[in-house]
Design a protein around this ligand. Structure first.
Ligand SMILES: Nc1ncnc2c1ncn2[C@@H]1O[C@H](COP(=O)(O)OP(=O)(O)OP(=O)(O)O)[C@@H](O)[C@H]1O
Ligand SMILES: [Mg+2]
Length: 173
């Protein structure tokens, strides 16, 4: 099934999930909760408690062995992964930024990219507007530890807030 445009309502309905060979020892069991569109939910738990597993299930990368996961009443198990991904943004915990400009970071795996292509990639990732607001745009330097300076960090947080305002957001540490 192709997922129609969704508002971002999420429902875990008694979801159970066990990794292969661990059927008697499920990572998630009887997990039920509902999230309304545009809500921001924090998933908190000790290491190994199943946070990443929950997000993988939500993305349709794995399917629950019992129960259901619904996005706007559509069972994620029946939705094509491609159409899922087109409406789901995932920001990894560790974004590997290295010392250099933002443009150079985007060019890391595409050294031949000219600036126009760098900008096109950034637009695809929906970070173009954010980058343009930086002091030196694509030439803004990212420091050694991948950190942004205080002002850029502030802008980043601000943009993240703005981005998550009109979408359902799961966040975890
Ligand atoms: N591919 C896998 N095969 C078997 N077991 C797995 C697999 N991936 C994760 N696990 C196990 O499932 C449990 C939950 O892992 P998960 O990665 O979801 O935890 P987490 O809450 O995200 O932990 P962390 O805070 O360290 O990121 C752990 O016991 C882990 O060892
Ligand atoms: Mg994890």
């Amino acid at each position: 099934m192709i997922l129609p445009t969704i508002a971002g309502e999420v429902c875990f309905d008694r979801a159970r999930f066990a990794y292969d060979g661990l059927e008697d020892n499920p990572t998630l069991s009887g997990l039920s909760f509902e999230v309304r569109p545009n809500q921001c939910v924090a998933i908190v738990g000790r290491s190994g408690s199943g946070k990443s597993t929950l997000v993988k299930l939500l993305q349709g990368l794995y399917h629950p062995t019992k129960g259901r996961i619904l996005i706007n009443s559509h069972d994620v198990s029946h939705v094509s992964p491609q159409s899922m991904r087109s409406q789901l943004g995932v920001v990894p915990q560790n974004y590997f930024l290295f010392s250099g400009t933002i443009a150079e970071n985007i060019q890391l795996y595409r050294p031949n990219y000219i600036l126009e292509e760098v900008v096109a990639a950034a637009k695809l990732a929906e970070v173009h507007a954010f980058i343009q607001e930086m002091p030196l745009g694509y030439q803004t330097k990212v420091s050694e530890r991948g950190a942004l300076d205080t002002e850029s960090e502030r802008r980043f947080q601000h943009n993240l807030e703005r981005l998550s305002r009109d979408r359902t957001t799961f966040t975890m540490t």
